[in-house]
Design a protein. Structure first.
Length: 319
């Protein structure tokens, strides 16, 4: 289990993390999403004990982050956004070196390395110098190195960004297999699409604060509900417009090219009722669906709320 409790961190008087709290339970894959420079990597560095906290606390099970306990370090695996490279080392030597850092038994090191290289599809690269490895191989090797000592918790800092689709799917398969063993994963990213099919839980970080968190099903539902319904109608739109204007849960109607975008505040059941009403009124449709939610939409909405509040405060000051 990972627990962030009222964590604060500043640099030179600039607040980077402000009153951040979160709990990641055993077996969860938690994705912390946010735009660049929102404090995600700072939180990872605090969790790994690389930076001191200004205030608050971070616990990994019963141990405090940064305490320097050997058993704490064995419990954590870390994948940075840029893999560390030892150019003159061969892949096998590189993994043996890191295994020795965790005081793994000699007999176990070789069997563990071979197993992970086979699972990751990297066995053919075992005797290759690291300076010759393609980017995709380096990225996968970084994940292998992080789980080499069989940690209970894996921490990933934006390491899925920019991967080709095949490598991304292979790494996701590795991570899901790792999680199926009862392990936890805490990962950061900037794109909902990178992690939505991997994570069990999501959180959104904005200017150092958590603005939304929950299970993937809850977050997906909330993101979807705030987006418009997209309708493409066959023929004239007159009948469609009449039905929409009589529906109390329709808050806005706009036209974009051949699509009608409907701001709709109802539930999934209400959506089904609206679709049924359109069909009953003889309106022929090409499509009817909710626009997919995105991290950019969540953060844009938050920014607009802050601007509205700032405008209100300024107007109040002028009164």
């Amino acid at each position: 289990m990972i627990q962030f409790q009222n964590v604060r961190k500043s640099y030179g008087g600039i607040k980077v993390i402000e009153d951040f709290s979160l709990e990641v339970s055993d077996g969860q894959i938690f994705g912390l999403l946010g735009l660049p420079d929102t404090g995600k990597s700072t939180l990872v560095n605090l969790l790994m004990g690389l930076y001191p906290l200004d205030s608050g606390s971070i616990f990994i099970d019963d141990m405090e982050a940064g305490s320097g306990l050997r058993r704490l370090k064995r419990r954590l695996g870390y994948v940075p956004n840029i893999p560390g490279v030892y150019p003159q080392m061969r892949v096998g030597e590189y993994l043996e070196f890191f295994a020795s850092c965790y005081s793994m038994e000699e007999a176990r090191i070789r069997s563990r390395i071979r197993l992970l290289l086979e699972i990751s599809g990297l066995l053919a690269w075992e005797d290759s110098a690291m300076e010759l490895l393609p980017k995709a191989v380096l990225q996968k090797l970084s994940f292998v190195r992080a789980i080499l000592h069989d940690p209970k918790i894996l921490v990933i800092d934006e390491a899925l960004a920019g991967l080709d689709p095949r490598t991304l799917e292979e790494i996701k398969t590795m991570l899901l297999d790792y999680q199926s063993q009862g392990k936890s994963i805490f990962m950061t990213g900037s794109s909902l699409g990178e992690v939505s099919d991997l994570c069990t839980h999501l959180g959104f970080l904005h200017q150092g604060k958590m603005i939304r968190s929950g299970s993937i099903s809850q977050i997906t539902r909330e993101l979807s509900m705030q987006n418009p319904i997209i309708i493409q109608v066959r023929g004239k739109t007159t009948g469609l417009m009449q039905v929409l204007k009589n529906e109390e849960k329709v808050k806005s109607i706009s036209l974009r090219e051949n699509e009608i975008r409907v701001g709709f505040t109802g539930s999934r059941e209400d959506e089904a009722g609206l679709l049924e009403s359109l069909v009953e009124n003889g309106i022929s449709l090409y499509s009817f669906y909710r626009e997919q939610g995105s991290i950019e939409g969540v953060l844009f909405q938050k920014t607009q709320e802050e601007r509205s509040l700032l405008s209100y405060e300024r107007e109040s000051d002028m009164d």
